[in-house]
Each structure stands twice: as structure tokens, then as C-alpha cells.
Design a protein around this ligand. Structure first.
Ligand SMILES: *[C@@H]1O[C@H](CO)[C@@H](O)[C@H](O)[C@H]1NC(C)=O
Ligand SMILES: *[C@@H]1O[C@H](CO)[C@@H](O)[C@H](O)[C@H]1NC(C)=O
Ligand SMILES: *[C@@H]1O[C@H](CO)[C@@H](O)[C@H](O)[C@H]1NC(C)=O
Ligand SMILES: *[C@@H]1O[C@H](CO)[C@@H](O)[C@H](O)[C@H]1NC(C)=O
Ligand SMILES: *[C@@H]1O[C@H](CO)[C@@H](O)[C@H](O)[C@H]1NC(C)=O
Length: 479
């Protein structure tokens, strides 16, 4: 065991004595990136380093054999893809975030174990993977028109969530804040003068996140910002963005606000349940996503009532971990699910001095829940199928048509009549959609059969190659 000071220094927490970790599901935010305001935004080298470092810290906690919280039976050095599941929305910042984290989780094999890094073929020549034995963890990118997009981006393409967020923007609370911060936002006219598409009217609480993001990124990367934004002003901008974003992702009296958190809860439940039902074959599930998923989950899991800190935007490369463990030292996966417990941990950013800390979920006082309680609480808040998501959202995404078969697909009463030209275009799109949907379904069936033979069925993975959807990708990226 490492000395406690060392473990704390590397951002780890000590487990209770005699406990065995059996599997985890981890979610991370991207590291430092260019401003989301500009299309084609990307992870910066600093950001890649942050995600990589966090991946390395998770390696120290869950994979290294000298860690008291090493996951039972996990391969220490060589990637065993059947033990892992990794997924990110099909957006470059988040895919690259996941890749960087996974590089830290499983570094190049030659560094770890040069004996197994290379293979000798029949004629006597030896080969290792490029880049000193770089290891390839299978990473599933979820396209925005695939049903599996809902697990990490459940708030996108979801009219019910959009309508709920609009209710926030129309609320008295919002209008009051917009008024009281008007002159504050106007004072950044100089600082934001370089942002080509900003009009003076854009400088308001309505754009709280965008303005904070622009100036936060500028404070890290731009040598000088005209108008000299001070640390206090940046803090104030952050606090206002915190309030706007938290309220956009959680309202205790408006469940639709948190749909992105609900689908995420469904994904966590599904991954951990997969670990349980496979008796620990799946050991490490990993997702990359956005701050809004954190905030929505903080709200619906009652973490936000544990501490006000959960109302704030998590720092770049923040992570949460759902740890499945048994309170005994065991050498085999427990046969009785009564022996299983789940603990939630959160780490704010990538700074090594910031610990991964446990927090009680669902308003409980204990820092862990029995598996049965966890399942029951999570089921209460979760969306667990694409069909449930389609119905909750009233979504028009093409894959939702598959669930409308039972006669509800005809236009509902009250819909505006449309011109023949528009109807023709829509008809053509629907036809294309059906064709690509059929293609996708055939593809899914084949893929599923293949997948069933190869690996444990983790979150149902679907790749729809053809974009049948009119749903625009770039307009909706949020990371
Ligand atoms: C062995 O086979 C590989 C692949 O065909 C070839 O590139 C390499 O030059 C061979 N090595 C020797 C020593 O013949
Ligand atoms: C920061 O610099 C980038 C690149 O030069 C520029 O596009 C952006 O507008 C600047 N941001 C601010 C707030 O000045
Ligand atoms: C920015 O403001 C601070 C505090 O008001 C001041 O110390 C500093 O010199 C200013 N920097 C520039 C570049 O104007
Ligand atoms: C867990 O997985 C098992 C086996 O696939 C399934 O029967 C059960 O319904 C799942 N439970 C939850 C809570 O998802
Ligand atoms: C994470 O750090 C940010 C910035 O300091 C803060 O606003 C937020 O409340 C923190 N979140 C938690 C859960 O500690």
C-alpha cells in the first residue's frame, strides 16, 4: 500500500479496509478547449494533457496492482477490451477527450511491460504496436441520429427539454436576473469587441454561459483581452453562468429540464448492471460528455442539496465515478447481489491536489447504497430505453419513428396544414428516412449478432452510417 500522503497527493481516496472494488462507471468532462462560440472548436494541448492526467490518476486508483482499490481481476498492463466499455458523442472534442483519458488509463505497453509488448512472428522478427506499444481501447462514437445518442446527449433533439429550458428563460426569476445584470454585461463591450458576430444586445444574462466561456478561454489563451477583465469579474461571470446553466438543467418542479441527466442515469444503471449480470466480466465503463450532464445529474440525484458547490459548473476534465464494491476482501465476484454496494465520487478538475471525493446520493446520509437501493433510486429518475426517451421528448428524430408504429405516426390533430410543396419535401425525406432506417435496422441486426458472439452486450451499440436525419449536428454541439 502506498503511504496515505502519496495517495492524497495523487488525488485518490483511501477505501475502507477490507473492501473490494468490482467495477466502475466513470464520466468525464473535456479538458481545456477553444471557445465553444466558434464552430470547429477543439481540445487544446493543455486540455489533452488534463484528460490524460486524469486517466492516469484513474489508472492509479482502479488498475494499478499496488492500489488498494484495484478492480478485481482487471488487466493491469495490457488492454483487454472485453473488460472495458468506452463511449463518447460523435463530436471531436469529446471523442478526443475520451482518447486522451484512455491513453492515461492504459499507457503504451512498452513502458509498462516490454516483455508482452512485442510479438515474435514465425521468421523471428518482433513487432510492437507503434508509438512504443500504443494501446487501442475500442471507443464507440455515438452519432446524433443513432438511438444510442440519447445516453450522453439526451437533451438534444428533444423538444420537451427545449420547451422546458424556454420556460426558464420566460420565468420571472430569469427576467429579474437579466435586468439586474444588464449594466454588468454591457461593461464587457470592449472585451468582447473582437467577437465578430456579437451585437450590443447580445451582452446579457441570456448569453451567460457563452460570455463566460469566451472570456474564460481568452483569460487562459489570449495574451491580452481589450478592456482588461479582472479575476473578480471573471468569477462574477462564472457565478452567473453557474446559475443560468444549473437552472437550465434542473428544476425540481419540471422533470423535462433534466432529461440529459435522466438518460445518463439510465446509462450508468445499464453499465453497472452489466457488470453485475456478467459477474464482473465488464469492469470499467467510461463516458465522455458535457457539463450539462453533470448539472442535470447533480440536480436529480439530490447532490445539489448536499452542497451548494454542486450548483456550479464543474471545472474542465472533472469526473464522476460510480463504484461497485463489496465490503469484504474477496477473490471472486460475490454470488449474492445483497453483498454489493455502490458509491458515488466526484473530482472537480484535473489538479492533482483535488481529491476524488465520495458524496451521498439521493439525500441519504451514508456515502454508499446497497445495490438494490441504488437500482431502485436510479430507476426512479432514469430514462432507460430509447423508446422511453422518444415518448418523453416527443422527439421527431428519425429513429423515434420505429416506436410510433402503433398508429400514432399519423399527424396529430391540431397540426398546421402544410403546403403541397412542403409536404412533398417532407414525404421525400420520410421516404429517405425509412430507407435509411431499414438499412440501419438490418445493419444493427447483423452487428448485434456479431457483437453477441464477440463480447458481452454492453450498451446497445448502433452505428447508422447514412445520415437520414435532417437534425443538424454542428448547431447542437454542447461540450
Ligand atoms: C519477416 O516477415 C516480415 C513480414 O512479412 C518482413 O517484413 C520481415 O522483413 C521478415 N524478417 C526477416 C528477418 O526475414
Ligand atoms: C481570443 O483570440 C482568438 C484567436 O485569436 C479570437 O478568435 C477571439 O475572439 C479572442 N477572444 C477574445 C474574447 O478576445
Ligand atoms: C488590468 O487591471 C489591473 C487592476 O485594475 C491593473 O493592475 C493592470 O495593470 C491592468 N492591465 C492592463 C494590461 O491594463
Ligand atoms: C440487469 O440485467 C439483467 C440481465 O440482462 C436484466 O434481466 C435486468 O432487468 C437488468 N436490471 C436493470 C435494473 O437494468
Ligand atoms: C467546482 O469548481 C468550480 C470552480 O471553482 C465551482 O464553482 C464548483 O462549485 C465546484 N463544484 C463542486 C461540486 O465542488
Amino acid at each position: 500500500m502506498l503511504p496515505q500522503s502519496l495517495l492524497l497527493a495523487s488525488g485518490l481516496v483511501l477505501p475502507a479496509v477490507g473492501e473490494t472494488v468490482l467495477g466502475v462507471t466513470v464520466f468525464t468532462r473535456h479538458g481545456d478547449r477553444t471557445s465553444k462560440h466558434y464552430p470547429g472548436y477543439s481540445l487544446t494541448p493543455l486540455g489533452v494533457q488534463q484528460n490524460f492526467r486524469v486517466g492516469g490518476d484513474y489508472r492509479k486508483r482502479y488498475i494499478a496492482s499496488n492500489s488498494p482499490t484495484q478492480i478485481l481481476g482487471i488487466s493491469e498492463n495490457k488492454v483487454v477490451n472485453s473488460q472495458l466499455f468506452a463511449s463518447a458523442p460523435d463530436q471531436s472534442v469529446l471523442l478526443n477527450t475520451a482518447t486522451a483519458f484512455l491513453q492515461g488509463l492504459y499507457p503504451p505497453l512498452e513502458e509498462l511491460d516490454s516483455d508482452i509488448a512485442s510479438q515474435t512472428i514465425n521468421n523471428g522478427s518482433s513487432y510492437a504496436n507503434p508509438l512504443n506499444g500504443y494501446q487501442y481501447v475500442t471507443l464507440h462514437g455515438e452519432e446524433s441520429d443513432s438511438p444510442d445518442t440519447v445516453w450522453l446527449k439526451g437533451d438534444e433533439g428533444c423538444p420537451a427539454a427545449t420547451a422546458s429550458m424556454e420556460r426558464f428563460e420566460e420565468s420571472a426569476q430569469f427576467k429579474e436576473k437579466e435586468q439586474s445584470t444588464k449594466s454588468f454585461y454591457q461593461s464587457f463591450a470592449d472585451a468582447l469587441s473582437g467577437v465578430y458576430d456579437y451585437k450590443p444586445s447580445d451582452l446579457s444574462y441570456k448569453k451567460a454561459f457563452d460570455i463566460f466561456d469566451l472570456l474564460n478561454v481568452a483569460s487562459i489563451h489570449n495574451a491580452s483581452i481589450p478592456g482588461n477583465v479582472t479575476a473578480e469579474e471573471l468569477f462574477q461571470l462564472r457565478t452567473l453562468a453557474d446559475s443560468a446553466e444549473f437552472a437550465s438543467n434542473f428544476d425540481s418542479s419540471d422533470a423535462a429540464r433534466s432529461i440529459g441527466g435522466k438518460t445518463f442515469a439510465g446509462a450508468v444503471l445499464r453499465q453497472l448492471n452489466q457488470t453485475v449480470s456478467s459477474k464482473g466480466k465488464l469492469k470499467f465503463s467510461f463516458f465522455a460528455g458535457s457539463y450539462d450532464t453533470f448539472l442535470a445529474f447533480f440536480g436529480i440525484s439530490k447532490l445539489a442539496s448536499v452542497s451548494d458547490d454542486f450548483h456550479g459548473l464543474p471545472i474542465y476534465a472533472s469526473t464522476m465515478s460510480f463504484e461497485l464494491f463489496t465490503p469484504q476482501t474477496v477473490s471472486e465476484f460475490p454470488s449474492n447481489t445483497d453483498d454489493l454496494r455502490v458509491r458515488f465520487l466526484f473530482r472537480n478538475g484535473s489538479d492533482g491536489a483535488v481529491p476524488l471525493r465520495a458524496f451521498p446520493l439521493f439525500g441519504r446520509s451514508e456515502e454508499s447504497l446497497s445495490w438494490a437501493e441504488f437500482v431502485s433510486f436510479m430507476k426512479d429518475i432514469a430514462i432507460t430505453s430509447a423508446e422511453q426517451w422518444c415518448n418523453t421528448c416527443q422527439s421527431e428524430l428519425l429513429f423515434c419513428n420505429a416506436y410510433k408504429a402503433a398508429g400514432t405516426s399519423a399527424s396529430s390533430p391540431g397540426q398546421k396544414s402544410m403546403s403541397n410543396a412542403v409536404a412533398g419535401v417532407i414525404g421525400a425525406m420520410v421516404t429517405l428516412g425509412v430507407v435509411s432506417l431499414l438499412g440501419a435496422m438490418a445493419f444493427i441486426l447483423v452487428r448485434r449478432r456479431q457483437a453477441a458472439r464477440r463480447e458481452p452486450a454492453v450498451i446497445r451499440r448502433v452505428s447508422v452510417n447514412e445520415k437520414g436525419s435532417v437534425y443538424s449536428d454542428s448547431a447542437s454541439e454542447s461540450a
